[in-house]
Ligand binder design. Structure first.
Ligand code: FES
Ligand code: FES
Length: 159
């Protein structure tokens, strides 16, 4: 079937099988490989993208469900050549080791900060509680999100 999906501000029209998962549409049809595919069982959260402004696990969304809607992926975090403070925060605070969970973590972090610009450690941990990191122990991820909250203006970062 034919779908039209707006991803990071660009409209894409593709013929897809109705069963195609959104994560595979993004990665295999559009070449947006920043979002990762980790488990296929809706457990890991590395596939998190925004659908109409809400984080979703894109391995649980059929591509036709995104027809006519807005998707934002980790590739859409950078604006006008400037990293989002969340991206800078992960760099500054070493919020990753292997990096596999990072795209999903950053999408949830940006969503949280848009609604709560000064989240507590507990609020950050709750926001990312549906996402698994097997490397960091989460400490530096939480620090990275706090760093982004404290450096909300992009001109202060990306040194
Ligand atoms: S690949 Fe989607 S939750 Fe793991
Ligand atoms: S940095 Fe490796 S899974 Fe999170």
């Amino acid at each position: 079937m034919r779908v039209t999906v707006n991803v990071n501000g660009t409209e894409y029209v593709r013929e897809v099988e109705p069963r195609l998962l959104l994560i595979h549409f993004l990665r295999d049809e559009l070449g947006l490989t920043g979002s990762h595919w980790g488990c296929d069982t809706s457990n890991c959260g590395t596939c998190v993208v925004w659908l109409d402004g809400t984080p979703v696990k894109s391995c649980t969304v059929l591509t036709p469900m995104a027809h006519g809607r807005q998707v934002r992926t980790v590739e859409g975090l950078e604006q006008d050549g400037k990293l989002d403070p969340v991206q800078d925060g992960f760099m500054q605070c070493h919020g990753l080791q292997c990096g596999f969970c990072t795209p999903g973590m950053m999408m949830t972090a940006r969503w949280l900060l848009d609604r709560n610009p000064d989240p507590s450690e507990q609020e950050i941990r709750e926001a990312i509680s549906g996402q698994v990191c097997r490397c960091t122990g989460y400490e530096n991820i939480v620090r990275s999100v706090r760093w982004a909250a404290e450096h909300a203006q992009t001109e202060e970062v990306s040194a």
